[in-house]
Design a protein around this ligand. Structure first.
Ligand SMILES: Nc1ncnc2c1ncn2[C@@H]1O[C@H](COP(=O)(O)OP(=O)(O)OP(=O)(O)O)[C@@H](O)[C@H]1O
Ligand SMILES: [Mg+2]
Length: 443
């Protein structure tokens, strides 16, 4: 019986076990054929795009191996099997933390390596090239259990794998109020006793830090992504870069300057969201507006894509809030935006929030008018309304504090509190028995 041949790349140069490994595979009848040896990561990434190999055997010692590189291998449909020097548990843990699903000691017998290659190839085929950023995530690193997690003053940390809910706040161009809704909803969730993480992932420049009165450039989301990209982020590390700003509310500040967008790498950001599910019951993400997919770059799997972070976040979110401005231009932009959203992220079922609702912009009975328009042009029936309330928001912005702190009796705050409460019931909230809450410190 002939065994199908699986062409693989070996990227294990310099490892003491390289010669034994390759010789062992060559002798073995399991069908693994080393078609190419790569000396470094650049060589590997170049060869991966040629389509000559289905998988790569790579050494944990390969220099500059990071999540970004793994995402590029996934985009090229090259499955990854990680090999480490026997006994080097730290190297094994690092490979897993980077998201490598198949990890073996280099002295594993060839038939085990062949089985790992087969499993990695079938996982890569089922994820497909379009979801290069959605490669399987590594489990929490060994030893990142709750006992050695430093919760700081920020309340509880939940035992992994995380069960927290990811809420993406998105909306079309024209500043409809995505940030206002994200900050407001996160603030209200925290006030109602739900541990919350607010993250600013706007790739066009974030202002959450400024709105909440951060004076210095905080490490924030970019630092979390950098750590994740290097396979060095765990729940405790995420907690360290997400300071607490009020009881139960942590914040991951964003990139203040828009040109820093390449720092929000989708593959690593995906792991940040996964860990966030262990850090907070709800993570609220302020997303960029744009959903364009940089078509002209799509043949080049290695090129960074500005909106990759937004698209990945929307695809991963349990709840998407689609915020539109409640005026004729805002409604038209929202209707177009919802069509783009359905195309770009087919799985998302957004909940529509119309913000800045006022008579002057729409006429008498604005809610009824808005309902009619949204149903007619977007088939949307379920709408949340947030009233226009300049005074309340001015007070919050001026004092760099939450609406609940400076305008607790305002109509806009009441609407955002309702919106927050609506995120919690069974469907949206991942049920989690209270007994799994392990730590409660501070606030
Ligand atoms: N309900 C509201 N009532 C009054 N003003 C509002 C309301 N919501 C938002 N605003 C104001 O509208 C402006 C834009 O809001 P915001 O920054 O939240 O929009 P955005 O969609 O995040 O915009 P950007 O594209 O800049 O990220 C801000 O000045 C904000 O204070
Ligand atoms: Mg904004």
């Amino acid at each position: 019986m002939s065994v199908p041949v699986v062409p693989v790349i070996a990227a294990v140069t310099g490892a003491s076990w390289e010669a034994a490994l390759v010789a062992g595979l060559e002798r073995d009848p399991s069908g693994i054929t080393v078609v190419r040896r790569c000396v470094d990561l650049a060589d590997l990434l170049a060869v991966a795009t040629t389509g000559t190999a289905r998988a790569v055997l790579l050494s944990a010692e390969l220099r500059r191996l990071d999540r970004d590189a793994l995402s590029r291998l996934a985009a090229a449909q090259v499955a990854v099997v990680g090999l480490y020097s026997p006994g080097d548990d730290a190297a094994a843990a690092r490979l897993r933390q980077l998201g490598v699903g198949q990890v073996l000691p280099a002295d594993a017998v060839p038939s085990d390596i062949a089985a790992a290659v087969a499993a990695a190839v079938s996982a890569t085929l089922s994820s497909g090239p379009e979801t290069a950023w959605s490669q399987p995530l590594g489990a929490l690193p060994d030893g990142a259990g709750p006992d050695d997690v430093d919760a700081g003053a920020a309340g509880e940390i939940i035992e992994g794998p995380g069960t927290g809910t990811l809420v993406a706040v998105w909306g079309p161009t024209g500043a409809p109020g995505r940030t206002t809704v994200a900050v407001g909803v996160a603030g209200e969730l925290a006030r109602s006793g739900v541990s919350t993480l607010l993250a600013d992932a706007d790739v066009y420049g974030g202002v959450v830090a400024q709105l909440l009165g951060f004076l210095d450039e905080a490490p924030g989301l970019a630092a979390a992504v950098r750590l994740a990209n290097n396979g060095a982020l765990d729940v405790a590390g995420l907690a360290r870069v997400a300071p607490q700003v009020s009881p139960g509310l942590r914040v991951l500040t964003g990139i203040s300057r828009a040109e820093r967008w390449p720092e929000l790498r989708p593959a690593a950001l995906e792991q940040v969201w996964e860990l966030a599910r262990s850090l907070a019951e709800v993570t609220v993400v302020d997303c960029g507006f744009c959903l364009e997919q940089d078509e002209e770059l799509s043949f080049d799997t290695a090129a960074p894509r500005r909106n990759g972070a937004t698209l990945m976040t929307l695809a991963r979110a349990d709840v998407v809030l689609a915020v539109g401005a409640a005026d004729p231009v805002g409604v038209q932009r929202l209707v177009r935006g919802l069509t783009q959203l359905r195309e770009a992220v087919p799985g998302a079922s957004p909940r529509v929030v119309l913000n800045q609702v006022r008579r002057g912009a729409i006429g008498a009975e604005p809610r009824a008018q808005l309902r009619k328009a949204l149903e007619r042009y977007a088939g949307v029936r379920d709408i949340s309304f947030v009233p226009h309330d300049r005074d309340a928001l001015d007070a919050a912005v001026l004092q760099a504090r939450l609406l609940g702190e400076v305008a607790s009796g305002s109509a806009v705050r009441a609407a955002l509190a309702d919106l927050a409460a609506g995120l919690l019931p069974a469907g949206a909230h991942r049920a989690r028995p209270r007994s799994r809450r392990l730590l409660r410190r501070g606030a």
